[in-house]
Design a protein around this ligand. Structure first.
Ligand code: HAS
Ligand code: CU
Length: 561
């Protein structure tokens, strides 16, 4: 009798999965944010071709309001919602455990409230502070409070994933954490350590300041706290894409993950080195000793290594898949890969974009080269290849199997899905080319080109060709957005249903249980690695932060636009 009940409970858990609904809620809300944010994107691209279109958007009163909305919705909101859904669902399903549903729904609604409140702050034209909200630029309290809620809600999901892992370990002594859960849990741990900076900045300083309870805040301290989180947040975006590249794409390619241990090592390295590197965004900031900038510059090179490991392991996994599918010769396996599968293709194109995005990152991290590119159009060029393509195109690719999987509905027009992936890739590569090129010629970032100060006249004259290139990319990306969201909405809102046998499975590449022994056991010991990570942060940031906290020079805020 007891056995039957247990089996029935398990069967019930497997067939119903209430977590599918909350996962879809997270993904879909994130994708709506992406839609609005991305539609504002071409306006930015056209700006670099000296074409002003924001004036035609009814709720936009300045270029900077559009840019704030674009950055916040795409970089902060879309990513956080999507990741919270994905990195909850995948580990829960891998472990076969049901999340605490009330808790995760509460997280969803807190995040949604955050989005609405912050969105209201921006749309009402009171918080044109861009997605980095550097003081003394001054935003409305709703903007900061909304963002704080989004972060808190994401941490709630992280806590739930760590709880699920702990529960599974207690039930499965002697076994190593399965790979997807391993990677997801490390990502959440990293985010917990990383988010301390922004939480202190927003809750302790910016919210009281925006409410008038503080007369001023210290810009250097605020920038430092921001980048303490602002750098590792890029790995909070990237690592979920890596989860898919390592643990799902190999199966979609027809192969297996080439090395489980190497994948885990890469994630441990991200836990260690993602956070103590934020000064590489502040090489030009006065008030930080050059020695500490050098330490962060070196640690940034360290954090490039797990991505190089990833390039190796993922390419090897793809090769295994291509050869199993009959590919021959040194490169013949590439042609044998399932290029007609939109989910696969989107993600491999995302990987290819990251070769260029990552290379640009190494340039940025090199102190002296940074002097050439900092605050120029090069930087948005860099991050549209990284977060805008490597991450976003991967997430788009994931939705091509995950939305049909969650809703049991067929993907609308796999062909159109494939086109949306290719146009996104081509559009972003052209955008990246135009922006990097303009940056080298000295065109500033975040500048309304029609309003450039006279000092930039020469850069402007020299950059006519890359400016045209950038504008063209905006038009291509507009087509891509149209194609992608047509596929998404027609998939979500169709009345067609898939037969149970046709519902796509989660493409877990490795389901083999692993003993918790040897290197794997060492890598599975989160307490030790988290301890090292905290130690590195204390060394890299401690002295500078103590000094900055002790020597604050608060200034009042102002609104420019
Ligand atoms: Fe960055 C600025 C350095 C990665 C995002 N970065 C930014 C900003 C954003 C951002 C948003 O050191 C702007 C912030 C702002 O508004 O001011 N970045 C780096 C470095 C890396 C890096 C060293 N960045 C990212 C990722 C991002 C991101 C990832 C988002 C997701 N970045 C900087 C620096 C700045 C900066 C400075 C400040 C600049 C300034 O002055 O303001 C590294 O992590 C990159 C390592 C990556 C690689 C590439 C590995 C390649 C792989 C693909 C393999 C391909 C395969 C395909 C397998 C070494 C893994 C095979 C295909 C077949 C068909 C077979
Ligand atoms: Cu960075």
């Amino acid at each position: 009798m007891a056995v039957t009940t247990a089996t029935a409970a398990r069967t019930e858990a497997i067939t119903t999965h209430p977590e599918k609904r909350v996962t879809f809620a997270f993904l879909f809300t994130g994708l709506i944010a992406l839609l609005v944010g991305a539609l504002l994107g071409p306006l930015q691209a056209f700006n670099y071709g000296n074409i002003n279109l924001y004036e035609y958007v009814p709720f936009l009163r300045s270029y900077y309001q559009g840019l704030t909305l674009h950055g916040v919705l795409n970089a902060l909101v879309f990513t956080t919602f999507f990741i919270s859904g994905l990195l909850l669902y995948l580990p829960a399903r891998e472990l076969g455990l049901r999340p605490a549903m009330q808790w995760v729904w509460a997280a969803y609604f807190i995040m949604l409230a955050g989005l609405v409140i912050a969105g209201a702050g921006i749309v009402s034209n009171t918080s044109n502070v861009l997605y980095t909200f550097y003081p003394p630029l001054y935003g409305h309290w709703s903007f900061y409070t909304g963002l704080a809620l989004v972060v808190v809600a994401s941490l709630m999901i992280g806590a739930e994933v760590l709880r699920l892992r702990a529960k599974w370990r207690a039930q499965n002594p002697g076994q190593a954490t399965p790979i997807v859960t391993y990677m997801s849990a490390i990502t959440w741990l990293m985010w917990m350590l990383a988010s301390v900076g922004i939480v202190v900045e927003v809750v302790w300083f910016l919210i009281p300041w925006s409410l008038g309870w503080r007369e001023g805040v210290d810009p250097l301290l605020m920038r430092t706290l921001f980048w303490y989180t602002g750098h590792p947040i890029v790995y909070f975006w990237l690592l979920p894409a890596y989860v898919s590249w390592y643990a799902l794409v190999p199966k979609q390619a027809g192969g297996v993950l080439a090395s489980d241990a190497l994948a885990r090592l890469a994630f441990v390295m991200f836990l260690l080195f993602s956070v103590p590197v934020g000064f590489h965004h502040q090489f030009t900031d006065p008030g930080i000793p050059a020695g500490w900038k050098m330490v962060h510059s070196m640690l940034t090179m360290f954090v490039g290594i797990p991505s190089l490991l990833t390039a190796f392991t993922v390419a090897a996994s793809l090769e295994i898949g291509g050869r199993r599918r009959g590919g021959k010769g040194i490169l013949g396996w590439i042609g044998a890969l399932p290029w007609k599968n939109a989910s696969f293709t989107a993600q491999v194109l995302a990987m290819i974009s990251f070769i260029f995005g990552g290379a640009g990152g190494i340039v940025n991290a090199s102190f002296n080269l940074n002097m050439l590119v900092h605050n120029t159009a090069w930087i948005p060029g860099h991050f549209h290849l990284t977060v805008g393509t490597a991450v976003t195109l991967t997430f788009m690719g994931i939705t091509f199997w995950l939305v049909p999987h969650l809703l049991k509905k067929p993907l609308f027009s796999p062909r159109m899905a494939l086109w949306s992936a290719w146009t996104w890739f081509v559009g972003m590569m052209i955008f990246g080319l135009g922006m990097h090129w303009q940056g080298i010629l000295g065109v500033p970032r975040r500048a309304q080109i029609s309003n450039l100060p006279a000092a930039y006249a020469e850069a402007y004259m020299n950059a006519q060709v890359p400016m045209v290139i950038t504008s063209i990319s905006g038009a291509i990306l507009l087509v891509s957005i149209f194609l992608y969201f047509t596929v998404l909405f027609r998939t979500v809102f169709t009345s067609k249903r898939l037969a149970d046998a046709d519902v796509p499975e989660i493409p877990f590449s490795s389901t083999r249980p692993m003993r918790r022994e040897g290197v794997i056991a060492m890598l599975d010991n989160f307490k030790v690695w988290f301890g090292f990570a905290v130690f590195l942060v204390l060394v890299a940031y401690g002295p500078s932060l103590i000094y900055m906290f002790a020597n604050q020079q608060p200034v009042p805020g102002f609104r420019l636009w």
